[in-house]
Design a protein around this ligand. Structure first.
Ligand code: SF4
Length: 281
């Protein structure tokens, strides 16, 4: 993890609307923004090294899997939980090379008809932090990499503020790998068709923490219809490996709503703290 004292930090904090931020003697960020009130009941925090001891499956291909695994959030329970739509069985390769090849040519949902190319994911394949967004936009569809437009630049700045980057210690993916036309929200059947790929990426990365960006990613990861304001805050656990999961704002939303940047900064501090200590407190 890189130092949080970089000269660029002040620029980042300025961009996030934070006036000052200093490290305490113990290394914990201390800043003008008030600490978030952790009133929500949080599930018992996992040990700092939350990765399963067992290695990922060694077989070249896993058997067909039912893609709609039910994420189980910690308390409080998510309201308005939506029943996941039935999705086709997909044979999901258990290794990166095979998975990339299958996704590249995937035609499991109608988004394949309008995409320029699939956008698989980017970053360090053994990263402790995995960021999951909604889906590719126009820039991502053109370049084949997630988060490369203005929102991507802001995401990079946000990660940098907590000592992370897609080149060093973070993996970035989306809940759908193909651009929804006109930048509409991905539909339930599209997300469920694509979910096995995301779940296999999570299985291969084995992150200590997943951060879901924005309402769509949050609702799809949690099978919820609740607004982001209700989903943001608690620590959840996702998928068969019960990977810790936090929800925060999408950087595209922060570009449109700069007043929310202070709250986003609170979330980033939680991410930093969790990765350091295995706890939100
Ligand atoms: S969005 Fe996912 S499931 Fe749909 S075609 Fe693209 S890769 Fe396949």
């Amino acid at each position: 993890m890189t130092s949080m004292h970089s000269p660029h930090r002040q620029q980042v904090l300025d961009a996030l609307g934070i006036e000052r931020w200093q490290l305490r003697a113990g290394g914990e960020p201390a800043e003008a923004v008030a600490e978030p009130v952790m009133a929500e009941a949080v599930a018992p925090p996992p040990a700092p090294a939350a990765r399963p001891a067992a290695p990922p499956p060694a077989a070249p291909r896993s058997p067909p899997v039912a893609p709609a695994a039910s994420p189980r959030p910690a308390a409080p329970p998510v309201q308005g939980r939506a029943a996941p739509a039935p999705a086709p069985l997909i044979e999901v390769p258990a290794d990166w090379e095979g998975l990339r090849a299958v996704v590249k040519d995937c035609r499991q949902c109608k988004l394949c008809q309008t995409r320029t190319q699939t956008v698989f994911g980017v970053g360090v394949e053994t990263a402790p932090l995995m960021v999951v967004g909604e889906g590719p936009g126009a820039d991502e569809d053109a370049q084949g990499e997630p988060f490369v437009g203005r929102a991507g630049k802001l995401l990079d700045e946000m990660l940098k503020a907590i000592g992370h980057s897609r080149r060093e210690n973070t993996y970035i993916a989306n809940v759908v790998k193909c651009r929804p036309p006109g930048n509409r929200d991905p539909e339930t059947d599209e997300v469920e068709s694509c979910r096995p790929y995301l779940e296999q990426q999570i299985r291969l990365v084995r992150p200590r923490l997943i951060v879901g960006l924005g309402r769509i990613a949050a609702q799809r990861l949690l099978n919820s219809t609740d607004p982001l304001s209700r989903l943001r805050g608690p620590l959840y656990h996702y998928g068969p490996d019960q990977t810790p999961l936090l929800i925060t704002y999408h950087p595209a939303y922060l570009l449109r709503s700069p007043r929310e940047k202070a709250k986003s900064w609170e979330d980033l501090k939680k991410v930093h703290r969790f990765l350091r200590t295995g706890s939100l407190t």
